[in-house]
Design a protein around this ligand. Structure first.
Ligand SMILES: [Zn+2]
Length: 255
């Protein structure tokens, strides 16, 4: 049976997600930026909370973990390799291990770069990837702890996924990301179309996620480091993908 996914806007620009396994009614939360909107989303649906999956240690993804855990009796899962910086883990996973929510199974994969130890949760049967601050809607996370090569290796894991994979990222930076993306590819029609849809979603108060990997590949300047036109646009015609990604990321840092 399928799973239902609910996007929960939190703080000023965060997204948390509820994932409900239809067969058992079990519910997982991906990241806990704060308590109130998540508790409200659960209570509006009459749902409990069985698990919390943490993507990385930053406070705007973890602040609500302990209070939600104690309020609902949820089990907290995350990356064993980063356990020292995460809220206490009830389930410590290694890269590539799976976590089950009833009949719904997610793979936890290491996508370090924004932090070392950042992970994504991928539910292959649902074509859903919870990417937080690794691959983001029309962008990628700033490389705070890892290296550009590490972040590119992480983004390449998403590039290898099916085009219909739906990307659920951790923030709405869509409009700012769009303004930057246009500096790299001012003539990209798919990009302009996507920016218009992001503006419309923001104006209507709707989430800008999820977006398919196919759409990210057509519009996201960080994933498009593989494209000859993007390589040329940053003065690196013929350079390897990782070097082009690093240059696009440096330009975004200075944007
Ligand atoms: Zn972060």
């Amino acid at each position: 049976m399928p799973a239902e996914i609910v996007t929960v806007p939190c703080r000023s620009d965060n997204y948390a997600y509820l994932l409900r396994d239809e067969a058992t009614g079990k519910v997982a939360l991906i990241d806990a930026p704060e308590v109130a909107p998540i508790a409200a989303a659960l209570e509006a649906r009459g749902w409990g909370l069985d698990q919390i999956w943490i993507t990385h240690h930053h406070g705007d993804h973890t602040e609500g973990v302990d209070r939600l855990r104690s309020r609902y009796g949820a089990q907290v899962a995350g990356n064993a390799a980063d356990a020292g910086r995460l809220p206490k883990l009830d389930v410590a996973l290694a890269d590539g291990e799976t976590v089950a929510l009833g009949e719904t199974v997610a793979r936890m994969i290491d996508v370090s770069g924004h932090t070392v130890g950042h992970v994504a949760f991928v539910v292959d049967a649902e074509n859903a990837a919870f990417t937080a601050d690794s691959l983001m809607a029309l962008g990628c996370g700033r490389v705070f702890e890892g290296t550009h090569a590490m972040m590119w290796a992480s983004l390449s894991k998403f590039l290898a996924m099916p085009d219909q994979m739906r990307i659920y990222s951790g923030h709405n930076y869509g409009q700012a990301n769009g303004r930057f993306a246009l500096t790299i590819e001012p003539g990209n029609a798919a990009l302009k179309d996507r920016i218009a849809r992001i503006e419309a979603a923001d104006a209507a108060g709707n989430p800008i996620v999820p977006v398919t990997l196919a759409e990210e590949k057509a519009t996201n300047p960080f994933l498009r480091a593989t494209e000859p036109a993007v390589k040329a646009a940053v003065g690196l015609a013929g350079a390897d993908d990782a070097a082009v990604f690093a240059e696009v990321r440096r330009r975004k840092d200075a944007f």
